[in-house]
Design a protein around this ligand. Structure first.
Ligand code: ADP
Ligand code: MG
Length: 386
C-alpha cells in the first residue's frame, strides 16, 4: 500500500464512481501513540503524532436527502441511505464511521443534506493506527466546511469521539481524534485528556538521524474488545477504592499506600496507569531538553508496564519489541489498545534494514504470520487537499 494520498487521483476516482467531480477532497491522518497507553480514559496524558498515512474523502453535495457512500477498500459497492431515516441503530459496517459523524453533526443542529462520498485510505485497518478516527476526522473536517458549521478543532474531536462511542459502539477516549485533528508536521501532540488542553512538542526524527518503524503484527485478538472493557473496569474500580475521580489523580509516590488498599491485580492495573502518566510527562521533558534520541528507555519501560502490569501485550508484540531492541532500537513498545496490532521501534535510520530483517526472521522462526513493517514520520493533521 502506498503511503501517500494523491488528491487528484481521489477526485478522479470519485468522478468514476458518480459521474461528476466532487466539491472537494479532505484528508485526515492515522496516528501512532508515542507514549501514554490507556491513560486517556483515566483523564491522564497522551503523546501521539499523526503519521504520513491518511484517509481521504471526496464529497459532493446533492441537494436532496440521499447519501451514497463508496470506499476503495474491499469491493463493497455503493451504500445508499436516506438521511432523514438515519438512526443510531441502523448504521452498520464501515459506513457507520462517516454516517456516524454526519448523524452527530445533525444532532448538534448542523444542517447536512444529501451527498455522495468516496473514501480512500492508506491507514491499514485494525493495525492500531486508528484508521477509524482518520475516516471520522476527514468527514468531520469536510462537513464543517461544506455546512459552514464553524466548529473548532476541539469540537471536531468530540464529534469524532461521539460517532465512535455512540454509533460504532467503541468506548474510546479522545486520543485518536485529537492526534488526527491537532497535529502539525514534525510535532507530537501532548494532550491532557481531562481538560482537552494540548501542546505541540517538536519531534524532528530526521534531524536526529532517527526513524520510527511500525511493526504491524497483523494479529487481531478476539478478546480485544472484552479486554479493553475489563481494563477500563479495573481502572474505575481502582479509582473508586482510592477515592479519586480518576487515576490521573494518583501520584507515583502514593503507589505504596495504594498497594495496601487494592487487590493484587487491580493494583498492577493502577500502577501501569500511574507510572505511564509520569512517563508521558518525562518524555515531553526529555524531548524538550535532549531530543528524541534520549526517550528510548521511557518507551521500553512503557512496554514492560503494559506487558507485566496491564497485561495487554501478546507474544507477537513482545517478540517485535525484543528483536528491535536487540538489533539497535533505542526504545520500543506496543502502541494502541493492545492484544495485537502494532509495535513501534525508535531506531537510528542506519539500522532500518537490520531491524526489519531481525523481526521478519524471528516471526518466521516462531511460526507467526508475516508482519508488515514500515517507517512513519510525524505529519500534518486533517485538512482540505483538493
Ligand atoms: P483501527 O482504528 O485501529 O484501524 P478499528 O477497528 O477502530 O481499527 O477501525 C477499523 C474499521 O474502520 C474497519 O473495520 C472498517 O469498518 C473501517 N475502515 C478502515 N479503513 C477503511 C477503508 N479504507 N474503507 C472502509 N472502511 C474502513
Ligand atoms: Mg479505531
Amino acid at each position: 500500500m502506498s503511503a501517500s494520498i494523491d488528491a487528484a487521483q481521489v477526485a478522479k476516482a470519485f468522478e468514476a464512481a458518480y459521474g461528476t467531480a466532487p466539491d472537494g477532497v479532505w484528508s485526515a491522518p492515522g496516528r501512532v501513540n508515542l507514549i501514554g497507553e490507556h491513560t486517556d480514559y483515566n483523564e491522564g496524558y497522551v503523546l501521539p503524532f499523526a503519521i504520513d498515512r491518511a484517509a481521504a474523502v471526496a464529497i459532493r453535495l446533492r441537494g436532496d436527502t440521499t447519501a451514497r457512500l463508496v470506499s476503495s477498500y474491499g469491493n463493497q459497492g455503493v451504500v445508499t441511505v436516506d438521511l432523514d431515516t438515519l438512526s443510531r441503530d441502523t448504521m452498520s459496517g464501515w459506513t457507520a464511521y462517516p454516517l456516524g459523524v454526519v448523524w452527530v453533526m445533525r444532532q448538534l443542529g448542523i444542517t447536512i443534506g444529501g451527498f455522495d462520498l468516496y473514501l480512500q485510505s492508506t491507514v491499514p485497518s485494525g493495525a492500531g493506527l486508528s484508521s477509524s478516527a482518520a475516516i471520522e476526522c476527514a468527514v468531520a473536517t469536510a462537513f464543517n466546511e461544506l455546512a459552514s458549521a464553524g466548529l473548532g478543532l476541539n469540537e471536531l474531536v468530540l464529534v469524532g469521539q461521539r460517532a465512535e462511542n455512540e454509533v460504532v459502539g467503541a468506548p474510546t477516549g479522545i486520543l485518536d481524534q485529537s492526534a488526527s485533528l491537532l497535529s502539525t508536521d514534525g510535532h507530537a501532540v501532548f494532550l491532557d485528556c481531562r481538560t482537552q488542553e494540548s501542546k505541540l512538542v517538536p519531534l524532528d526524527l530526521a534531524a536526529a538521524g532517527l526513524l520510527i518503524l511500525v511493526v504491524d503484527t497483523k494479529v487481531s485478538h478476539s478478546h480485544a474488545t472484552g479486554g479493553y472493557s475489563a481494563r477500563r473496569a479495573s481502572c474505575e474500580l481502582g479509582a473508586e477504592v482510592l477515592g479519586v475521580r480518576a487515576l490521573r489523580d494518583v501520584a507515583a509516590a502514593e503507589l505504596p499506600e495504594a498497594a495496601g488498599l487494592l487487590d493484587e491485580e487491580t493494583f498492577r492495573r493502577v500502577r501501569h496507569i500511574v507510572t505511564e502518566n509520569q512517563r508521558v510527562l518525562d518524555t515531553v521533558a526529555v524531548l524538550d531538553d535532549a531530543g528524541p534520541a534520549a526517550i528510548g528507555a521511557l518507551l521500553t519501560a512503557s512496554h514492560a508496564s503494559m506487558r507485566d502490569d496491564f497485561e495487554i501485550s501478546c507474544a507477537e508484540l513482545d517478540l517485535a519489541v525484543d528483536k528491535a531492541l536487540a538489533h539497535g532500537a533505542l526504545g520500543a513498545r506496543m502502541t494502541g489498545g493492545g492484544f495485537g496490532g502494532s509495535a513501534i521501534a525508535l531506531i537510528p535510520a542506519a539500522a532500518e534494514e537490520q531491524v526489519r530483517a531481525a523481526v521478519v526472521h524471528a516471526f518466521a522462526e516462531a511460526g507467526f504470520g508475516v508482519p508488515d513493517i514500515f517507517a512513519v514520520s510525524p505529519a500534518p493533521g486533517a485538512r482540505r487537499i483538493h
